[in-house]
Write a new protein. Structure first.
Length: 278
């Protein structure tokens, strides 16, 4: 992997991780379009450690309060009715689906799941699902109304993002809107829900990222991986603040249009032979 490639992909990861546009899909497309190869699923997983570090810092007070209350609540019944205690369980239970499906389909995610035809389709199809959720959802429910059912449904929606092009944040936002949650509520839970899964995935992918086994993939050096992850952290931190402000006052139709346009462009490039699907 070249330094330009590592820096560009770090920027792309930071810009797209929290937006409902699929960071893994963008990394795959960027690698194919500008560098004529695939950085690999492991590279994506490790750079996500940078963006998740941004989440940990941005929501540090909330995370600490939830963790502390959850631990206390294991022994003290008096705090179990609190939102923070319940949120701890919502995140734990909501993480289970992506853990199970990630283990079951690990090989497919790293190979067939990175086909550009599949990515172009998922970008377009799930953009339309997001548009429907934006139009249909009443957005009457806040975090105070959040229930275990919501955590489970959004957990399964997050698991769908194992397929590049679906988008983890896009899937969870879509599910949240269909559950009549406000956009800001769905976004905040989405950030918290991602932490366990992304951190565990990134840590377990560390040994693989420097020796990608799939043909046509590019292995970064330790320094390149560190720089790409740091860039993703810095840009990702800014993206969190921007997205929370944006969803509080705007619809998600802008992202719908962008996803359809990008998916259509990739499909055209595939059909004309400019890009190879694998």
């Amino acid at each position: 992997m070249t330094w330009v490639e590592a820096i560009v992909l770090g920027i792309v990861q930071g810009l797209t991780e929290f937006l409902p546009v699929s960071s893994s899909g963008h990394l795959r497309i960027t690698s194919a379009l500008f560098f004529n190869r695939d950085a690999g699923a492991s590279f994506t997983a490790v750079t996500q450690l940078g963006t998740e570090a941004a989440v940990l810092i941005y929501f540090a007070k909330d995370i600490w309060r939830i963790v502390r209350t959850w631990v206390v609540g294991l022994f003290d019944r008096s705090v179990r009715a609190s939102l923070d205690y319940r949120m701890g369980w919502y995140v734990i239970v909501g993480t289970i689906p992506i853990g199970i499906f990630g283990l079951l389909f690990k090989d497919q995610i790293r190979t067939a799941g990175r086909n550009l035809y599949l990515i172009s389709f998922t970008l377009i199809f799930f953009a339309l699902v997001l548009a429907f959720a934006e139009y249909w959802g009443r957005q009457t429910r806040t975090l105070e109304n959040f229930r275990m059912r919501d955590g489970v449904v959004m957990g399964f929606a997050q698991a769908m993002a194992l397929i590049p092009g679906v988008s983890r944040s896009g899937g969870t936002l879509t599910a949240g809107l269909l559950l009549n949650l406000t956009r800001e509520t769905a976004a905040r839970y989405s950030f918290l829900l991602a932490i366990p899964a992304v951190v565990i995935s990134g840590v377990f992918s560390l040994p693989d990222v420097f020796e990608p086994s799939a043909p046509g993939t590019a292995a970064p050096s330790t320094a390149q991986m560190a720089v790409a992850t740091l860039i993703a952290f810095v840009i990702g931190y800014a993206a969190i603040a921007w997205l929370l402000r944006y969803v509080a006052h705007h619809t998600l139709y802008l992202f719908v249009l962008y996803r359809v346009a990008l998916g259509s462009l990739v499909l055209c490039l595939l059909l004309t032979g400019v890009l190879s699907p694998t």
